[in-house]
Design a protein around this ligand. Structure first.
Ligand code: FNR
Length: 180
């Protein structure tokens, strides 16, 4: 399948970008075609009514349209969606036709905190539902990620490590049923 990945922070050392890299590797190992958007690709101008979308926003729009599924790997800022990612979502929701309608989405997060960014994913679910995207009921979260994510983005806690392929494969099976 064609899969898109979107996420991480604008920090070069982003834990979420590192986790995204591991998930990209896992998807490629399963034979999927992957388009990943991180770092500078997410640095869009602040959404403004009447302003034309940038080339970067158009590239994201095209990739989400072509994708049969999307992985969002999001930091949690103040129990919500970080501004740079919400800005991406807002741009893409104003560029017709909507790439979100019926798009299967797997939510993922990494945080140094004990909840692994899970509270931010609650906010993501409300936003995705508003746009008609289909958020998978499960999620991948990595708590204590400053200590429990290795240099390749692989969780070092055995339970978290075991949950990653299980959740990913469950999501991929659902995306295949919905979009193949
Ligand atoms: C945070 N962080 C944070 N962590 C968390 O678990 N819950 C939270 O509500 C917040 N809130 C928050 C707000 C702001 C403005 C910042 C800058 C940070 C900490 C955050 O999880 C941590 O910085 C991660 O390392 C950010 O992800 P990246 O940049 O490593 O991908």
């Amino acid at each position: 399948m064609r899969m898109a990945l979107l996420g991480g922070s604008l920090r070069p050392e982003s834990l979420n970008t590192r986790l995204l890299g591991h998930l990209e590797t896992e998807l490629e190992a399963r034979g999927h075609e992957v388009s990943a958007f991180t770092g500078a690709a997410l640095r869009l101008p602040l959404y403004e009514d009447g302003v034309a979308p940038s080339a970067e926003a158009q590239a994201l729009h095209a990739a989400l349209h072509a994708a049969q599924g999307l992985l969002i790997v999001s930091p949690e800022y103040n129990a919500g969606i970080p501004g740079h990612l919400k800005n991406v979502v807002d741009w893409l929701s104003t560029m017709g036709p909507s790439p979100w309608q019926g798009l299967p989405v797997l939510l993922c997060a990494a945080s140094p905190g004990a909840f692994g960014g899970a509270r931010g994913l609650v906010a993501w679910r409300a936003t995705l539902a508003n746009m008609g995207a289909l958020a998978y009921p499960g999620a991948i979260t990595v708590p204590h990620a400053d200590q429990q994510l290795d240099a390749r983005g692989v969780p070092t806690d055995p339970r978290t490590a075991a949950a990653v392929p299980k959740t990913l494969d469950g999501f991929l099976a659902l995306a295949a049923r919905l979009r193949s």
